[in-house]
Design a protein around this ligand. Structure first.
Ligand code: PLP
Length: 287
């Protein structure tokens, strides 16, 4: 089956889908994106992802490429046309195509929209979660506006490549005070020895993850102990459990940090429970 992408108003074969060489996303990383999980034929947390997309666009003074209801239809249609039951749908909006010039193009230039979808292998993800993953630490070197989900991801790319070369799945950025901000494409969490869940407040240094928010909802509903505060790399290494969250990984146990085992070196009980409960708490809509 050939894959289908949505590119600026048309459904086209993925292999032939193309954008203009003067798309500002291509030239300046002048654009934003979102990734939603597709789980058992359902879009996960679409409402919150679209809220965040609108916020990111707003922060950069880029218009929505189409109304929200129409965009939702496109997302669902791309998932349907690609027959994805478990996987991801990706949407990207850039400031559009215009002669190369740093300043914004005229208001008549339309934002550009690309939507793609692809299948994942739930069994492989489940097997990974059974074992847990390793992370390495890297110095924080990103700009201050990481709260905006821009396509400018070069530091994240370099950090995740470094992790891969070290045999790890993720890199955790550590700021000048020795505090963990977040992963290259995930939010970071620990569980303290007295079972308190800790994650950095979404005030500075992190993207306000949608999966993170669902975990916060689970914590509240289940009366779990929780603290929204920054934690150091050292505290993470001494923690009882650690995990990361993202639409791409859901709740993924972290069992090693910089080669040092977290807890007993196996996925923690609380982490496993949060992963099990996740889709009962997230908002899902049938494709
Ligand atoms: N932090 C960064 C830097 C990310 O790129 C992502 C997801 O792509 C996340 C956190 C997790 O966000 P979400 O749970 O909304 O997928």
């Amino acid at each position: 089956m050939s894959r289908i992408a949505f590119v600026n108003g048309r459904y086209v074969r993925h292999a032939e889908a193309a954008i203009h060489i003067e798309d500002r996303g291509y030239q300046f990383a002048d654009g934003v994106y979102e990734v939603c999980e597709i789980w058992h034929g359902h879009l996960v947390d679409e409402r919150r992802h679209l809220d965040r997309l609108e916020r990111s666009l707003n922060e950069l003074s880029i218009r929505m490429p189409m109304g929200r209801a129409a965009l939702s239809q496109v997302l669902h249609e791309v998932v349907r046309r690609n027959k994805v039951r478990d996987g991801l749908v990706y949407m990207q909006v850039t400031r559009g195509v215009s002669r190369r010039d740093h300043v914004f193009p005229p208001a008549t230039v339309q934002p550009a929209l690309v939507v793609t979808a692809r299948s994942s292998q739930p069994a492989a993800a489940a097997a990974l979660a059974e074992k847990g993953v390793s992370v390495i630490s890297v110095p924080e070197n990103r700009w201050e506006r990481v709260d905006i989900k821009t396509v400018g991801l070069l530091p994240n790319v370099l950090a995740k490549q470094k992790a891969k070369e070290a045999g790890a799945k993720e890199a955790w950025f550590v700021d000048r005070d020795g505090l963990v901000t977040e992963g290259g494409s995930t939010n970071a969490w620990i569980v303290t020895k007295d079972n308190c869940l800790v994650t950095r407040p979404a005030v500075s240094g992190i993207l306000k993850g949608i999966t993170r928010q669902v975990v916060l909802d689970m914590i509240e509903r289940n009366g779990l102990t929780f603290e929204e505060r920054a934690f150091s790399l050292e505290e993470a290494k001494q923690a009882k459990e650690a995990f990361m969250t993202a639409a791409t990984t859901v709740v993924m146990p972290v069992v090693r940090i910089d080669g040092q085992s977290v807890g007993n070196g196996h996925p923690g009980e609380l982490t496993r429970e949060l992963r099990r409960m996740f889709h009962a708490t997230a908002e899902v809509s049938a494709v």
